[in-house]
Design a protein around this ligand. Sequence first.
Ligand code: GLP
Length: 251
Amino acid sequence: MHIEIVQNYEALSSKAASIVISQLILKPDSVLGLATGSTPEGLYQHLIKKYKEGLFTFKEAISFNLDEYLGLSAEHPNSYRYYMEEQLFKYIDIKTDNIHMPDGQATSSIEECLNYEDKIKKHGGIDLQILGIGRNGHIGFNEPDVDFKKGTHVVKLDAQTIEDNARFFDSLEEVPKEAISMGIKTIMSSKKIILLASGPAKAQILYDTIYGKITPKVPASVLQLHNDVTIICDEEAGALLINKQMEEKHV
Ligand code: GLP
């Protein structure tokens, strides 16, 4: 794992954007794995800015999002489809046909999962996957006690995730209890992964992800087994990593 601890959220967003931009300059038809949540918002802002300056284009890019709430339509303001439109897609030249998100309202969610996984494979897999991390170590919506072998599947959301995501809804009751998420197998098949973490609430879980035991109890810990992961965090999220690195220097 390559770990980059940068000063603040702005530096984190800019560093992540430069990795995505160089990916698209070198391979314009890259398959990007995209994430939601508040952490990648700054990255998307940077991408929009540099795209508008003419540095690169999304004309040939293909995107697959990590997850979607079950039961929410694409037009629902809390759906991840809506989030992606508002945070990124409506400002760039990605082709609508090249945008892929699990359909939270599919008649058969099981079939939707299989089709989604199939589509990713048909595009040759994900070149660059962007990840955030939940306070409980979830990536996508792969909650603690995840089965590492699963591809895209229906997941039940953890009580902590429902609580954490309630800030985007009018009430706790309105947060969907299930979602469709790429599985750990899908994520681990990506050629390159960037995980972003910001703020003090992520410090402990980030430490456990990098230095803890590889266990389904901390889903992100599986990333220790991937051969091309870059963790980008700000000083707050990286606080315990800094201590660990200092300790190692003094041994
Ligand atoms: C959400 C998403 C994850 C995201 C995580 C952290 O539930 N499904 O993909 O990484 O929570 O969100 P935030 O970046 O807002 O802390």
